[in-house]
Design a protein around this ligand. Structure first.
Ligand SMILES: NC(=O)c1ccc[n+]([C@@H]2O[C@H](COP(=O)([O-])OP(=O)(O)OC[C@H]3O[C@@H](n4cnc5c(N)ncnc54)[C@H](O)[C@@H]3O)[C@@H](O)[C@H]2O)c1
Length: 422
């Protein structure tokens, strides 16, 4: 029996065949990551190193883990949300020699223990999503920190947490902010979240979007994508914001902008995507229409305030997979999707493979970068180098068969000079 099979904690190894099928489907749609895999097989950038990954554990992530493994690493993987782990994918990874500590829907205590087990392997490098690995290493288990050279962070929320640690002078190793690369947020946060949120909502509710008032809470990169796709599906889109610039942008993009207390009165379907807490809360539930549907696509399940929804309810029951019905004391019903966790991952398969192709290419290259540079760069939050961003975009264009122009020498000189501008 392999080390991976001996050490892993997964739900059911007999699910592996289905997991292998899912991984090979996405691998066929991730050409950029495929070319990085070929490079890694030759260069072996992680030879002899241990890498621990915490990401939403579905097929695309599994393929990233295999690419890092192809680069010579001993890989351990765990989830980054209790409801986004797919048990069949976990089983397949164990068969492929990757140690997995993850199951669908563990209780909060068990979820935490699985993250800690993944860190007890004493990794040299980490990939984090939302900052849970980094937080455990800094706050609870600094004894596991000593081997870590650095890592890469996937999402907006994790980067906020990292920057807070950095500001207090407490960050103990360099972390690359993959989310802040152009080839991440322009495509993953916008087009990926936009499409996959409606994939999750539509397959869960089996209801029409056209004609509904869809309230998008937060008009950041993810919110723009969600609003764009809601409009494409025929919704009347309402945006709520706290940033005046984003609010003007939403207005100019053709959306109605309202404060949440007004949007709450008219919304049929709500999607929170702010990275903030309590953006839908008690006072909003009090004015909502009977039958309003709430969902969240932000990283943590704190955007829709569940305790205040519970307080107002006489009963809660599951009326369909991933839909809870809250029966309010005044007779109205409010529905919450996927327990208020990321609806596109907890009630869907996450972003399309072609989108994660770019995000995970950045992850793989960022990990190689931090491993090569960790001694020079110090304990800080770093951007993905611009050349790496461009390399990923070029590989993507190449895979799509799209060619673009390049600057002539005269054009370059013109753009670089301040005098020659008649
Ligand atoms: N579901 C997914 O697959 C997925 C993918 C990428 C990122 N995320 C997560 O989604 C969240 C948002 O990410 P982003 O990249 O769009 O961030 P962002 O910083 O670009 O946008 C967040 C927006 O929310 C607004 N906001 C904050 N508090 C608000 C409030 N009370 N009411 C209304 N608006 C408010 C901010 O002004 C900002 O414009 C983060 O938690 C991120 O980690 C999820």
């Amino acid at each position: 029996m392999s080390n991976a099979a001996q050490n892993s904690i997964v739900k059911d190894m007999s699910l592996a065949p289905e997991g292998h099928l899912k991984i090979s489907w996405v691998d066929a749609h991730m050409p950029v990551l495929n070319s990085i895999r070929e490079q890694f097989e030759k260069d072996q950038p992680f030879k002899g190193l241990k890498v621990t990954i915490s990401l939403h554990l579905e097929a695309k992530t599994a393929y990233l883990a295999k690419v890092v493994q192809a680069g010579g690493a001993e890989v351990t993987i765990t989830g980054s949300n209790p409801l986004s782990t797919q048990d069949d994918v976990c089983a397949a990874l164990v068969e492929d020699g990757i140690t997995v500590f993850a199951k669908y829907n563990p209780d909060p205590q068990e979820y935490k223990e699985l993250l800690i087990k993944a860190l007890e392997t004493k990794p040299d490098l980490i990939i984090d999503d939302g900052g849970d690995l980094v937080t455990i290493l800094h706050a609870e288990r600094p004894d596991l920190l000593t081997t870590v050279r650095g890592g890469a962070e996937e999402t907006t929320t994790g980067i906020l947490r990292l920057k807070a640690l950095e500001k207090e002078g407490q960050l103990k190793f360099p972390m690359v902010a993959v989310n802040d690369a152009f080839c991440k947020y322009l495509f993953d946060n916008r087009y990926g979240t936009g499409q996959s949120v409606f994939d999750g909502i539509n397959r869960t509710t089996n209801l029409v979007v056209a004609g509904k008032n869809v309230v998008v809470v937060g008009y950041g990169w993810c919110g723009k994508g969600v609003a764009m796709r809601a409009k494409g599906l025929g919704a009347n889109v309402i945006v709520t914001e706290i940033d005046p610039i984003k609010a003007v942008e939403a207005f100019m993009d053709g959306f109605t902008v309202l404060p949440m207390i007004e949007a709450a009165k008219v919304g049929d379907l709500f999607v929170t995507v702010t990275g903030n807490r309590d953006v839908i809360r008690g006072e909003h539930y009090d004015v909502m229409k009977n039958g309003a549907i709430l969902s969240n696509a932000g990283h943590f399940d704190v955007e829709v305030n569940k305790p205040e929804l519970n307080e107002r309810s006489t009963s809660v029951r599951t009326v369909r997979r991933n839909i809870e019905e809250f029966q309010l004391k005044d007779g109205r019903k409010i529905y919450l999707l996927a327990e208020g966790r990321l609806v596109n991952l907890a009630a869907g398969d996450g972003h399309p493979a072609e989108i994660m192709d770019m995000t995970f290419a950045l992850q793989a290259l960022a990990l190689r970068y931090v491993n090569e540079q960790y001694e020079q760069i110090g304990n800080q939050v770093l951007n993905v180098p611009y050349e790496t961003d461009q390399e990923v975009a070029r590989l993507k264009l190449g895979s799509l068969g799209i060619q673009i122009d390049s600057l002539s020498d005269e054009q370059r000189t013109y753009l670089d000079s301040w005098a020659d501008h008649e």
